[in-house]
Design a protein around this ligand. Structure first.
Ligand code: MRU
Length: 356
């Protein structure tokens, strides 16, 4: 699956709102194009929106000149609030552009930085897959894993995050089954994770979100393995809404709750989950079922029924058995600091704009 590709100054993005039924690429030519594609979830997943936004800023600088830098940065950073990868990537690209000497190639510097971020995320996904599989190995049986939302190549360039761990386990012959939670309201599990697992040839079954706790309690799951959108300094994790319920069920059953993500998803400037902005999306996504930009959809409730639609929730660190990164594993539930994996990492953790 190639979720994003840059060709002749155009960023082509597989429109994830139309998967798995239609494989259609969108041509994106400006920061506004990219921001809009991120906001409507044509491009989604924490690392992927960072990579796309980095390219979006570079495209805008090439199209409109260095004078648009701050405005374009603002448009991209505000496309979605929760995943920190977005701001990390855009700020890195902006910093590289600001450092160009007068008369220098600002757009070229920005594009080089965007490409570097892309390459780093691919490498991180590959490495964390191996780290996570090593961590989960040795359970004495082939694992039955429950996952939520979508964390494969559609969500992070290359092998993905949690799905990279799962694919690595499958490749080593240590995986029996993946239970895929459908992930209401936008069905990233049902639409996207089953699409990816089928292409990877990995055994899986789709469940409704409400079935997860009962199956975990019944002993049908050996580990919950999923991704993250922002990890606070104290180890609290923001991820797709429904994640916290899986964590509670895993804790009650005494099985590992494993979160996989690159270091670019750790936000050292955010002390705890209380400081993470949870995106609230349109009530229509709850009232109707169907792809976000799909035609019509199916009405689930009477017109005018009021809805709440938080797109993410926070899982406290005490429930996170392990955070799997490309730099190793930390155990927040055992009191280990997630910041320990950032030692020596500058990528993605530059000072906020305006402070350099
Ligand atoms: O709203 P989405 O689809 O962008 O949400 C994505 C998630 O919550 C993923 O679980 C997360 O980004 C995992 S990391 C690839």
């Amino acid at each position: 699956v190639v979720a994003l590709r840059l060709e002749d100054g155009v960023l082509w993005a597989l429109d994830q709102t139309r998967l798995p039924w239609d494989e259609v690429e969108l041509p994106l030519r400006s920061a506004a194009d990219v921001a809009e594609a991120i906001a409507r979830l044509s491009i989604r997943g924490a690392p992927l929106i960072g990579v796309a936004a980095g390219y979006g800023l570079a495209l805008e600088l090439a199209r409109a000149g260095a004078g648009v830098l701050e405005g374009a940065r603002e448009v991209l950073v505000n496309a979605r609030p929760t995943a920190v990868n977005l701001a990390h990537a855009v700020d890195r690209v902006a910093l590289s552009a600001r450092r160009v000497a007068p008369g220098g190639d600002v757009a070229g510097a920005a594009l080089a930085e965007a490409r570097a971020i892309h390459g780093e995320e691919i490498a991180a996904g590959e490495a964390l897959g191996r780290v996570g599989a090593d961590f989960l190995a040795g359970a004495g049986r082939d694992l039955r894993v429950l996952t939520h939302c979508n964390t494969g190549a559609l969500a992070a360039p290359g092998r993905g995050t949690a799905l990279s761990v799962i694919a690595e386990l499958a490749g080593r012959g240590e995986l029996e089954l993946v239970l895929v939670a459908e992930t209401r309201p936008l069905l990233q599990g049902a639409r996207l994770t089953t699409y990816e697992l089928r292409r990877l040839g990995i055994e899986h079954e789709l469940i409704v979100d409400g079935a997860a706790a009962g199956l975990i309690a019944a002993g049908e799951v050996d580990a919950v393995v999923l991704g993250c959108d922002r990890v606070a300094a104290n180890g609290d994790v923001a991820n797709k809404v429904g994640t916290y319920a899986h964590a509670l069920a895993a804790a009650a059953a005494g099985i590992p709750f494993v979160v996989a993500g690159p270091c670019s998803t750790i936000d050292p400037r955010c002390p705890s989950g209380a400081g993470i902005v949870i995106e609230e999306r349109s009530e229509d996504e709850v009232r109707r079922v169907g792809a976000p930009s799909g035609p019509g959809g199916l009405e689930l409730a009477l017109p005018g029924t009021r809805c709440r639609n938080p797109a993410f929730d926070i899982t406290p660190a005490k429930f996170v058995t392990a955070l799997v990164t490309e730099r190793g594993v930390v155990r927040p539930a055992a009191g280990e600091s997630v910041l320990s994996v950032l030692d020596g990492v500058s990528a993605g953790h530059e000072k906020p704009t305006g402070t350099e």
